[in-house]
Design a protein around this ligand. Structure first.
Ligand code: DAH
Length: 442
């Protein structure tokens, strides 16, 4: 992996392309993000296009479908859990998406070599700072602040392919619910959260392990099973509130470094099983380091786009970012829980152009990072890029020169694009690809 990264031509924002090619790394630019300055380094890969999404806050925009789903989820948790008449969950929906690698990974026990840390998957501001890749990044700091039940809601950033269901920015609701022994075993005071061999007062002296698929070694089976039942019950209740009592669901065993055991929930939607959330029992190492240490907690993370797209039948994820009144007005002046079915304003034609290039001798069809190419395409083409597909890999039988062919699908959501317009963007992408990756257009 390291080797591939070292051989790669760095992809920096288009405005830095020249800088990165002719100056020593020391003079890399200072990035200004939300009134703070960050020194770029060899890891930086955020692009101006991606940074432009930071101020949108779609999840807080009145009547936006993502905001509606957020409110419905928050209302469900407010009404399901009260403490002396007040909501038991606190809601954080305005936390800055610029986080440290410690928050996003280390605090959550994500190993140094875990693939989710790869530069090809995340938007790094520099080697110690990135745009959060999940809302779980705030879990430890909020536990440290003394909170026990809370929801974290916001935009998250991941480098990904481009199609109607993937966008490099999406939104999540993440949550933690902790319980102390007195609450969990209110009616069974004889039962314990921790095994007798584990002393929660000195967790650092006792090893916790996850060898047993059913529970963490520090927890009792009773505590784990009771939390598992509550967790699953609450989440099934949530999808029923959102999709109706008839919605079918199933639980799939999963792995997350920060929970054990872990599950994903899928719902049956349009004749397919669709994953909607991840969850599990919080690893005790995290609670011991940051939280109330005589308790057990469960946590979950839900993607808002998938839910909103299914609920309102929104066919393309890019519509979420549309400022077009034809889209937004369909969600205005409606009851929060009203059934809304999105009606396409009109469908403008797509336009597909192929782009083939020879790779420089330092790269092969297997080491070339498609995500770098996707970012470049999006950086130049913006939101008219509907999809980018790898169409063909080719190794010349004699010269052994290697080439790749990508199909780029262009479509404007609000008007018809002319071929001339598309050709111009396509040419710009070709030029940028030559400059950034050193490829030769075929
Ligand atoms: N952070 C995970 C993701 O983005 C989702 C998740 C899984 C969140 C389990 C949680 C959790 O809080 O307990 O894929």
């Amino acid at each position: 992996m390291t080797k591939i990264l070292l051989n790669r031509v760095q992809y920096l924002p288009s405005s830095f392309i020249k800088l990165s090619f002719c100056r020593a790394p020391k003079s890399l630019p200072i990035l200004q993000i939300k009134n703070k300055e960050y020194q770029a380094d060899e890891i930086s890969n955020v692009t101006p296009k991606i940074l432009s999404y930071l101020n949108r806050n779609l999840h807080l925009q009145k009547d936006h479908p993502l905001s509606k789903v957020r409110q419905r989820i928050v209302n469900y948790f407010y009404s399901s859990f009260t403490h002396r008449g007040n909501p038991a969950f606190s809601v954080y929906d305005n936390l800055s998406p610029v986080v440290s690698t410690k928050q996003n990974f280390d605090d959550l026990l994500i190993p140094e070599d875990h693939p989710s840390r790869a530069k090809s998957d995340c938007y790094y501001v520099n080697s110690t700072t990135l745009l959060r890749a999940h809302m779980t990044a705030h879990q430890s700091e909020l536990l440290k602040a003394g909170l026990e039940n809370f929801l974290m809601i916001g935009d998250v950033y991941r480098r990904d392919e481009i199609d109607s269901t993937h966008f490099p920015v999406f939104h999540q609701v993440d949550a933690v619910r902790s319980q102390r022994k007195e609450h969990l075993f209110e009616n069974h005071p004889g039962l314990e959260i921790f095994e007798t061999t584990f002393d929660p007062e000195t967790p650092h002296l006792c090893q916790n392990n996850i060898i047993d698929p059913v529970k963490q070694s520090c927890h009792t089976l009773e505590a784990t099973k009771l939390m598992e039942a509550q967790l699953k019950n609450h989440l099934v209740g949530l999808v029923k509130v959102l999709f109706g009592d008839e919605i079918q669901h199933r639980w799939v065993e999963a792995y997350f470094p920060f929970t054990h055991p872990s599950w994903e929930m899928e719902i049956f939607y349009e004749n397919k099983w669709m994953e909607v959330l991840g969850c599990g029992i919080v690893r005790n190492e995290i609670l011991a380091a940051s939280g109330p240490n005589n308790s057990i907690a469960y946590a979950f993370g839900i993607g808002l786009e998938r839910i909103a797209m299914a609920l309102y039948k929104i066919p393309d994820i890019r519509l979420m970012w549309s400022n077009d009144s034809g889209f937004l007005t369909q969600f205005q002046n409606k009851d929060l829980n009203a059934n809304i079915t999105y009606k396409p304003v009109s469908v403008y034609p797509q336009c597909t152009n192929d782009l083939s290039f020879w790779l420089p001798s330092t790269l092969t069809v297997d080491t070339f990072m498609s995500n770098d190419f996707y970012d470049l395409v999006r950086d130049i083409g913006g939101d008219v890029i509907e999809q980018v597909k790898l169409k063909d890999k080719f190794v010349h039988p004699k010269t052994k020169k290697q080439s790749l062919c990508y199909s780029i699908v262009y479509r404007h959501l609000e008007r018809t694009l002319t071929q001339a317009e598309v050709n111009k963007i396509h040419k710009d992408i070709e030029r940028a690809a030559q400059q950034v990756f050193g490829v030769q257009i075929r």
